[in-house]
Design a protein around this ligand. Structure first.
Ligand code: VNL
Length: 396
């Protein structure tokens, strides 16, 4: 998936010759250009969120390997760029992909600030932008050209808040990463849990880049709640679990409940016994029991030496959305592609999903899962399903 750039001068003279009607130079070259559509994917391939980039990159490659490089009668070229998780870089790359590479769509976006930084470029250039990872509710409102194939934190947070209230959990402390999705997780958990008659004793936050959970874990121990509710972005769960166990909190009678970002399939295999029994809510488990998921997981694991996580599914479904959209728009981008992607309904490895035509956000089943050991490996085992959950952030 490396980009090959035609030399500028050659292209310029080829198109000049075309205009003059005396096409003498490299006609195949001009044809190839007209028959190619480019998708510009921006991911954190390096830096603290590199696991998200690695998962989505692998899923995109799997999609192309399985479905070929043709859509809407055109050859699809996927250009993958690394923003290292830095928003200024994401914005610059989005600009370059639109202006220089003339991509028909932007995709990827590993973290909320990276998606928000690129939203104005999508709007100004009328370029559809498929958010495959970032999950703050408000992202889809930042541009009418944004669609999302990941999830929203409110979808997961209200689901686990309902489960907790029904399962004898009365007093909770919340702990979230201190940025967009953490704010959403805290707010939506808090509101729903209190509505259900529960009590939130404290709301704790950790810096997005902070890996030291000691100060907040001490506060949790002192507050002695029935349960601790946690949201941390993908990639931080294992470090958190390790410190949770080191401080003996798993043995202090405080239940751990979470969004599935914490018991992420990317790291779950290495978390050890401390993760056993953690109940959490999310939209995807590698153990999801369906023929579509079995096929996806088998193919993914055959191509990579790791398990797909929810980020991989966001990337895979994002490619489906783009290919199906391009088939309908006959390879056109802009408003035609945007319209063709709105309202798509399909069977994802996660279960049935809808890209809501009004909100451009994803409507999907949210599962309540418990971490269990299956054939020697830890998995999130689904035991309850909330059907077709719309983003609660869009219902206000
Ligand atoms: C975000 C949300 C990122 C959930 C995550 O992992 C995650 C975000 C990198 O919107 O920044 O698990």
């Amino acid at each position: 998936m490396k980009t090959y750039r035609y030399p500028q001068t050659l292209l310029a003279s080829a198109s000049a010759a075309l205009v003059a009607g005396t096409l003498a130079l490299a006609p195949g070259l001009v044809l190839a250009q007209a028959n190619t559509v480019k998708i510009g994917v921006i991911l954190p391939m390096t830096g603290p969120s590199a696991s998200t980039g690695r998962q989505i990159d692998a899923a995109i490659k799997l999609w192309v390997a399985q479905n070929g490089n043709k859509a809407g009668g055109k050859t699809v070229e996927v250009i993958i760029k690394d923003d290292a998780g830095v928003a200024d870089t994401t914005r610059r790359l989005a600009q370059e992909l639109v202006v220089n590479d003339k991509v028909v769509a932007l995709a990827g976006f590993g973290l909320t600030p990276l998606a928000l930084a690129s939203a104005p470029i999508a709007t100004q250039s009328k370029t559809p932008m498929v958010v495959m990872a970032a999950a703050t509710s408000a992202i889809t409102e930042a541009s009418p050209y944004i669609l999302r194939t990941s999830f929203t934190l409110p979808q997961a947070a209200v689901s686990i808040a309902d489960w907790a209230a029904k399962n004898k959990i009365k007093r909770v402390v919340t702990l979230v990463a201190d940025y967009g999705p953490g704010n959403d997780a805290e707010k939506y958990f808090y509101e729903r849990f209190r509505l259900n008659g529960g009590q939130v004793l404290d709301k704790l936050r950790t810096p997005l880049r902070g890996a030291d959970f000691a100060p907040v874990l001490q506060k949790v121990r002192d507050a002695a709640p029935d349960a601790l509710f946690v949201f941390l972005p993908s990639g931080q769960g294992a470090a958190f679990m390790k410190q949770y166990a080191e401080r003996g909190l798993d043995k202090a009678g405080i239940k751990l409940i979470a969004t599935g970002d914490v018991t992420d399939d990317d790291q779950l295999g290495d978390m050890g016994d401390v993760a056993l029994g953690v109940v959490n809510a999310h939209h995807y488990s590698a153990a999801h029991d369906s023929p579509a998921n079995k096929k996806f997981v088998d193919a993914f694991q055959a191509a990579n030496k790791f398990r797909p996580n929810f980020m991989a599914v966001g990337g895979y479904d994002g490619m489906r959305l783009l290919y199906t959209g391009l088939n309908t728009s006959k390879g056109a981008g802009g408003d035609a592609l945007l319209a063709a992607m709105k309202g798509q309904l399909f069977e994802s490895p996660r279960g049935p999903v809808l890209i809501d035509a009004q909100t451009r956000d994803i409507v999907q089943d949210i599962y309540i899962r418990k971490v269990e050991r299956v054939n020697g490996q830890l998995y999130n085992i689904e035991f309850d399903t909330l059907k077709q959950v719309k983003d609660p952030g869009k219902l206000k």
